[in-house]
Design a protein. Sequence first.
Length: 390
Amino acid sequence: MTIDIASVRADTPACDSLIHFNNAGASLSPRCVTDAVFDHLRLEQQIGGYEAANAASTALENFYHAFARMLHCEASEIAFAENATHAWNNLFGAVPLAQGDRILTGQSEYASNYLSFLHLAKRRGVIIEVIPNTPEGVLDVDKLEAAVRDDVKLIAITHVPSQSGVVHPAAEVGKIARRHGILYLLDACQSAGQIELDVRTLGCDMLTGTGRKYLRGPRGTGFLYIRRQALERLEPAWVDLHSAQWIAENEYRLRADARRFENWECFVAGKIGLGVAVNYALKIGLAQIEARVAALARTLRQSLETLPEVRVHEHGQRLSGIVTFSVQGVPAAQLQAHLQRLSINSSVTRADNSQLDLAHRGLGDLNRVSVHYYNTESEIARFCEAVAGL
């Protein structure tokens, strides 16, 4: 099967007016997602918020079933979150960690996640151990397994880093975690929507992601997955009348599914829209999306490498749709502004937010471009002309 590019671009009105190479920041939503959000907001305006939510019960339940199909799990293992950071911290905070317990993470870990590690280390005295990358820039799984001892209580890694286009060997990490009975938390913020994800193959106990990036959903939406067998090993840091039931004056009961990590109030229209976005991706096919994104990114890297003074910063056998590069003598922010004036969206990866990775590689701020399946080869050519023109 091939993707009907003309059709998906017609579903994406902004494709007519700009080149959007900032999909790792926030993708352009298809028309059906925006319509679903607006339609529900209008319904709230017409009949009231509670009443609109009741009327939209089928659309709200679709969120759980859509993600269950995408991740190859049960709908009861899925929960909605206000954003990926909230989802990740909810699960991280539920892992029973005490002084002296060790967390294994990677050199490419996302900044917010690592800050949470540091915060817990300061508060509880847990120990953070960073596993280095191989020369190709991916997590060294041999060194990860060599670091496993009885005091390791959590393995937490980022599948696709925000600051690099590599894809870490998440399934190999899952095998190690299962073999040693260690809880495994996978940040799929940048991989969900551009890479086919099967939690059975990945072997993770927990997985989190956002709606706004490669899933093409609304901002202010996220999701989490918890393997049913791992649920009772986690203790939510907080509960409310949605995540728990008050059954007696001094007694309560947690929900028996992943929704014990939700709270009652949420962005209802966004939740509906995210479910629609996942359905849209499933209809196209995640395997087809992954293949096209990888091919476009490969073309982009090869094209950039032909330009003088341009250096591309990721190489390897399996790379994502994220491409980082630098132009000698041109600050990253200056190039981003130049592209913006030409209606080309991109972003800057800041060294301050990647103390373990970019700093260790001797790199400063980098330009980051990220393609999606609705982008085209002609857009890549125009982008490279713009970079060369600077």
